[in-house]
Design a protein around this ligand. Structure first.
Ligand code: CA
Length: 374
């Protein structure tokens, strides 16, 4: 937690006071170009608001938004200042997309699956059950055509998307019932949002939806048998180990959830080219930073959970994973068939996955097995 406190302090140090001047207009971009020719001229900084879907200083996600804002502000030498608003400070969490679309804020930070009601194809850019790992997701986005598709999907909303973080492989979740066979999924009361929830429902479970704040009591009272959350770092901070016996892996439902930043297209177009590149570079840096942070902190949090809190780690049996994989293929095909844009994105992602799986079979997996002596 000391580490978290330090991170929060660092992030908070990057906050700047809010000004109500108009942001991102073409006049400012001309002023900035002039400033490059004559550095002595006083230039008013461009001020952007970043709305997020995270509570203030939420581990890795809320702090990730703060770090991205600080990074843009510092890399631009203060010419582009970004101020972060936690969920509810400027607009409610789930209105962040609309706020950026209409220009109330110039920038947002979220997970794209929050917008699936408005943009069904958006959910594919966070993660898919049994889908791409973080490394594969980044490869698809930056070198496999994914980013172009994402831009195409968001363009009608006047928004430019960028990847801005990744959780890496999550955990399968916390259970008070052992999962020894496919039959144990039958009637299992589990909280799981999104596509993963649809999959586990198809496999026989009863999916219960509830806000994060109710999970702890629901596990303790038996209102639910299980819940998925994130991974050891977030789960330890949340204290779920006090209400559940077993901690299952792997997180088949979220194998590498991408976090996004999204920018009002007019505000982005009005920036001089160098500031546009700074925003892109800062997003790419944030994308790498978050995955590095999750990897390091999950690792140490898992040691604490097992050694100090005596959490029982368990792997899902192979036949259970096979059942969930089959259900995933069906759910994904159904979701894609209901929306042409989703079908286009799913086809691209699926084709990429099939190819990269062959390469990773003889590279990542072969090496990891060899390293472990298997
Ligand atoms: Ca999750």
């Amino acid at each position: 937690m000391q580490k978290l406190a330090n991170l929060s302090k660092l992030a908070l140090a990057g906050l700047f006071s809010l000004s109500l001047v108009a942001c991102g207009g073409s006049n400012e971009s001309k002023t900035n170009e002039t400033a490059q020719a004559a550095p002595a001229a006083k230039v008013e900084p461009i001020e952007w608001k970043m709305v997020t879907t995270w509570p203030k200083n939420f581990p890795a996600l809320g702090t990730g938004a703060e770090k991205l804002a600080t990074s843009i502000t510092e890399m631009s030498g203060g010419r582009l200042k970004v101020k972060v608003y936690a969920a509810g400070e400027l607009v409610p969490a789930l209105e962040a997309f609309d706020a950026v679309s209409r220009g109330t804020a110039q920038m947002g930070h979220a997970a794209s699956y929050y917008w699936k009601g408005k943009v069904p194809a958006a959910q594919f850019f966070t993660t898919t059950p049994f889908g791409l790992t973080a490394q594969e997701m980044n490869s698809w986005l930056y070198s496999g055509g994914g980013m172009e598709l994402w831009e195409e999907i968001y363009a009608p909303f006047n928004i430019v998307p960028m990847a801005a973080g990744n959780t890496g492989v999550q955990m399968g979740g916390w259970f008070n019932k052992e999962i020894n066979s496919v039959a144990d999924l039958d009637g299992l009361k589990m909280r799981m949002p999104g596509l993963g929830g649809e999959v586990i429902a198809k496999a026989g479970a009863t999916v219960v939806n509830m806000p994060g704040s109710e999970i702890f009591t629901a596990l303790q009272t038996g209102a639910i048998d299980a819940t998925e959350w994130v991974g050891p770092y977030n789960d330890l901070a949340f204290g779920i180990y006090k209400a559940a016996k077993y901690y299952y892996f792997p997180g088949w439902q979220e194998p590498g959830s991408a976090v996004e930043t999204f920018i009002n297209k007019d505000a982005f177009a009005a920036l001089p080219k160098d500031l546009q590149q700074i925003v892109r570079a800062a997003a790419r840096q944030a994308n790498a930073d978050m995955l590095d942070e999750f990897t390091a902190l999950n690792n140490s949090a898992l040691e604490t959970l097992v050694n100090e809190h005596h959490v029982q780690l368990k792997r899902f049996p192979n036949d259970v994973l096979a059942e969930l994989r089959t259900a995933s293929d069906k759910v994904m095909a159904e979701v894609a068939a209901n929306d042409p844009a989703s079908q286009k994105v799913y086809d691209s992602m699926k084709a990429f996955k099939e190819k990269v799986m062959k390469w990773h079979e003889i590279s990542e997996r072969a090496f990891i097995n060899a390293r472990a002596g298997e």
